[in-house]
Design a protein around this ligand. Structure first.
Ligand SMILES: CC(C)(COP(=O)(O)OP(=O)(O)OC[C@H]1O[C@@H](n2cnc3c(N)ncnc32)[C@H](O)[C@@H]1OP(=O)(O)O)[C@@H](O)C(=O)NCCC(=O)NCCS
Length: 187
């Protein structure tokens, strides 16, 4: 997309732009069914985000317009095998994915978001691809709310395999589909 700049950020850089990252979340998630749900509150998001800064492999990729305005971002960490959601599906995962997790070879894509007024212009896909191609891990894992469109349908088109067991991140969270993107020959 002309005029769009994608930039990778370390945890320290992300710390400095936390208010901007939080403001984008606040706008993206200010819609049903998220608005008013404490699990998706801006405060809880900011706690999750800032806690992630200290996790192994944290990185954020931002998308900015020529004006400098932040219109979206993606962030994630290196997946560790002690994650409750991973443990809850591990018995049905392919062996090569389990081996990749053992050696820290899976990137856990935790959040991808684009401001609604800039949606459906390829920014989400561009952010995703930029993040994944720059990671040292050869696999990517994510969890997507089962009825969250257009994301839920897009990921399989981007090559993700849906793990056939739904998970929750907390008692009060919605239901998510875990998905895995295996090593791609063209990246
Ligand atoms: C999911 C999200 C990041 C996509 O961002 P985006 O900039 O619109 O993404 P793109 O323009 O690259 O479109 C991604 C795919 O969704 C499709 N899509 C996007 N908006 C759509 C819409 N309104 N209706 C139908 N399809 C749509 C596109 O056609 C595209 O499909 P393709 O890649 O197979 O061609 C954005 O909708 C968003 O922020 N949603 C709220 C937060 C969220 O759900 N994040 C994902 C958490 S798992």
């Amino acid at each position: 997309m002309p005029g769009l700049t994608l930039n990778r950020h370390t945890p320290d850089e992300a710390r400095k732009i936390t208010p901007e990252l939080t403001a984008v979340y606040a706008e993206v998630y200010d819609v049903p069914p998220y608005v008013g749900d404490p699990f998706f509150s801006v405060e809880v998001f900011e706690q999750r985000l800032t806690a992630a800064f200290d996790m192994k492999g944290f990185e954020v990729v931002t998308a900015r317009l020529a004006t400098g305005a932040l219109v979206g971002y993606v962030h994630g960490v290196t997946l560790t095998r002690d994650r409750a959601w991973w443990i809850s599906v591990e018995d049905i995962l392919p062996d090569d994915a389990k081996r990749a997790a053992d050696r820290g070879g899976i990137f856990w894509l935790r959040e991808l978001m684009v401001l609604p007024e800039h949606g459906n212009q390829g920014i989400g896909r561009a952010l995703h691809d930029e993040m994944v191609k720059g990671r040292s891990e050869s696999w990517t894992a994510l969890t997507c709310i089962t009825d969250n469109e257009p994301a839920r349908s897009a990921y399989p088109r981007w090559g993700y395999e849906v793990v056939p067991r739904q998970i929750k991140h907390a008692e009060e969270s919605p239901v998510y589909d875990p998905m895995l993107l295996g090593p791609q020959s063209d990246r």
